[in-house]
Design a protein around this ligand. Structure first.
Ligand code: ATP
Length: 295
C-alpha cells in the first residue's frame, strides 16, 4: 500500500513581487508598490496543486532556516502537503525577486539558495518506496534528479517537467512517463530548427527516449503522445486572468490521475480542467482548485 499518491522532488521559492512604474537603470533607484510575498517554486506549486485536489502528497525539497522557509512550509501544510521530508538549512531559502511593470511584463532574478543544496544524498529511497508517482522539475541540481531516477522502484511512475530546460542524460529521459514540456522547453530539448508543428515536436521528443510525452500549448490545449499514437486534448475555454503556475497545476493533476491508473489522454483532460481553473485566478498556488471546485 503506497502512503503517498505523489512525491514531488523539487524547488520551493518565496516570490517577492513589487509593482513599478518603470525598471531602474544601472545605478538608479525607483520607488515601487508595497511588497507582496507569494509561495512559489515549481516543486512547491506542484505539491500544493496535488494536495488541494485530494492527492496524498509529500514534498522533498530544501528551504533555509529563515522566515521565508517557515512561510513556505506553512503554505504547504495549509494545503495538506506532508512536509516531514522537507530539509531545512544549509543556505537561505530560494527567492525570486520579481518586478512587474504597468504593462504586466515581469523581470525576475532568482536566487536558488537552498534549492541548489538539495543533493543526491537527500534523495531517500524509502520515501520513493511509499510513492505511486514521483515528479521532478529542474529547479534543483540535475545530479539530484539523476539520483531520483536511480532510486525509482518498479512500482513508481516518474513524471518529469524539464523546466528550466537543459540537455538531459539518456537515463533521465528514458525514465520519464511522461516528459511534460511547454513550447519553449520542447524547442530547447529538440535543439536547432524544430519547426512549428507540435506533432513534429512530440515525435522528436519521443525519439529522445521517454515512454510518453505531453506538450502543453497554453490556450490551445495539450498534445499527448506515446507508442500508441497522438491526441490533442483541447483546453477548457475560460476567461484567462493569470496563467502563472498553470503548467505546474497541469503537471500535478496529470501525475495524480496517472497514479490512479487513468490512461494518459483521460488524465490530461482532467489536468486541462484543473489548469483552466488556475488561469481564472491571479497567482500560482493561490489559484489552485480543490477537487470539488474542479467538479
Ligand atoms: P506556466 O509557465 O504559465 O505555468 P506553461 O507554459 O508551463 O505554464 P502552458 O502550456 O501555458 O504551460 O499551460 C499548461 C496548460 O494549462 C495547457 O495545456 C492548458 O491545458 C492550460 N491553459 C493554459 N493557458 C490556458 C488558457 N488561457 N485557457 C485555458 N487553459 C489554459
Amino acid at each position: 500500500m503506497c502512503e503517498f499518491d505523489l512525491v514531488v522532488v523539487g524547488s520551493a521559492n518565496a516570490d517577492l513581487v513589487i509593482r513599478v512604474e518603470r525598471r531602474p537603470a544601472a545605478g538608479e533607484t525607483v520607488l515601487g508598490s508595497d511588497l507582496v510575498v507569494h509561495p512559489g517554486g515549481k516543486g512547491g506549486n506542484q505539491a500544493v496543486a496535488a494536495a488541494r485536489l485530494g492527492a496524498r502528497t509529500a514534498l522533498l525539497a530544501r528551504v533555509g532556516d529563515d522566515a521565508h522557509g517557515r512561510f513556505l512550509l506553512d503554505a504547504q501544510r495549509a494545503a495538506g502537503v506532508d512536509t516531514s521530508h522537507v530539509l531545512v538549512g544549509g543556505a537561505p531559502t530560494g527567492v525570486a525577486l520579481i518586478t512587474v511593470d504597468p504593462s504586466g511584463d515581469n523581470s525576475i532574478v532568482v536566487s536558488p539558495g537552498a534549492n541548489g543544496r538539495l543533493t543526491p544524498a537527500d534523495v531517500r529511497a524509502d520515501l520513493l518506496e511509499h510513492a505511486r508517482v514521483v515528479s521532478a522539475q529542474l529547479e534543483i541540481p540535475l545530479e539530484t534528479v539523476v539520483a531520483v531516477v536511480r532510486n525509482l522502484r518498479p512500482h513508481n511512475r516518474f513524471v518529469l517537467n524539464p523546466s528550466p530546460p537543459r540537455a538531459l542524460p539518456d537515463e533521465v529521459l528514458a525514465a520519464a512517463d511522461p516528459l511534460i514540456v511547454n513550447e519553449h522547453e520542447a524547442r530547447v530539448l529538440l535543439g536547432s530548427q524544430p519547426g512549428d508543428v507540435p506533432e513534429e515536436w512530440a515525435a522528436g521528443l519521443l525519439a529522445l527516449g521517454p515512454r510518453s510525452v505531453v506538450v502543453t500549448l497554453g490556450s490551445r490545449g495539450a498534445l499527448v503522445a506515446d507508442g500508441a499514437g497522438m491526441k490533442l486534448i483541447p483546453a477548457v475555454r475560460v476567461r484567462a486572468v493569470d496563467s502563472t503556475g498553470a503548467g505546474d497545476a497541469f503537471t500535478a493533476a496529470l501525475a495524480w490521475r496517472l497514479g490512479l491508473s487513468e490512461p494518459l489522454d483521460i488524465a490530461a483532460a482532467y489536468a486541462a480542467r484543473v489548469a483552466a481553473f488556475a488561469v481564472t485566478k491571479a497567482g500560482a498556488q493561490e489559484s489552485y482548485p480543490t477537487v470539488g471546485e474542479v467538479l
